[in-house]
Design a protein around this ligand. Sequence first.
Ligand code: KG4
Ligand code: ZN
Length: 350
Amino acid sequence: MADVVLGIETSCDETSAAVLVAERAGRPPELASLVILSQDIHKVFGGVVPELASRAHLAALPAVVERALVEAGIGWSALDAVAVTQGPGLVGALLVGVVYAKALAYAGDRAVIGVHHMEGHLFAPALEDPELAPPFVALLVSGGHTLLLDVLAWGRYRLLGATRDDAAGEAFDKVATLLGLGYPGGPAIERLAPEGDPARFSLPRPMLDDGFEFSFSGLKTAVLHVVRASDDLSRDRPHIARAFQDAVLDVLVTKLERAVRATGRSTVVLGGGVACSRALTARAAERLTGLARVAVASPRLNADNAAMIARAGWHRLGRGERSDWTLDARADLPFPGLEPAAMPRGVPHP
Ligand code: KG4
Ligand code: ZN
């Protein structure tokens, strides 16, 4: 019988459901449908309002799931398992997905599996590139996390570095707010940056020469000083956007190259919302020419979506993993499968 897995994602401001179907045992699953409903309400507030996000998920999730089933052309009875984002994220928003998934699993005697949101991002490129296989280095960059991983196998990871303060996407969002560009900030900055002169402002590249850890909060403060000192922000805005984007991407790509050299991996995976940035993928590919190939999912699968959650869940279900009825939303869920194994040369232990 075909494996049919429903994925559910409600960790932030996207309500999403997806259906994965494995036609034959042992074959990679195919994405049969993906529905993503982005909550527009937060734009008015310049950022995600947690209580509004929970309510919007509650109102939309049943219809989003039904739509995903209709688009996949399958009925409820064909569903074998439900994979749901357990964390990290907004706890009220996560709870809507987790409670719904458990009810669906309980009512139909199906398996349920809780998935770590960032492990979902890690699996996203595998949806379009079934041959993608570890070992590889992964850079996962989203609104809440910046993770540099050595992926030994699916489910077995070595943490090389993470951010000490703001996540990369968070820095994009905060700088966009300083520039009056609205939320979410990353796409707005990427659109504006090509109009900017890269030499007009020079911004710091935090911890550039230092291992695999990241720090973006000082860079954000540096932008604040430049914005305050500007006597004409409409003239300077594209130049600041350019200088900021160049600084962040330079740091990300430099650490990525360092990780590739330290581990000797020949493949790199970029994931998370910031990996929607064409500027990031272009710069990574350029810097890693002759060293590693860069695997990245298309933007629809890099931004928050349930297909990646279904894909990560499908992998864990295939290894016999299940969650039980005590499955609960966790805002601070730790990344799974981290090995304390020896770090490559020059890498400090976390
Ligand atoms: O993974 P994601 O969709 O949600 C979280 O898990 O947080 O990531 C959202 C983040 C936001 O901070 C957004 O500004 C950033 O990804 N982002 C970008 C771009 N598109 C989205 N950052 C830089 N350049 C982009 N083109
Ligand atoms: Zn995400």
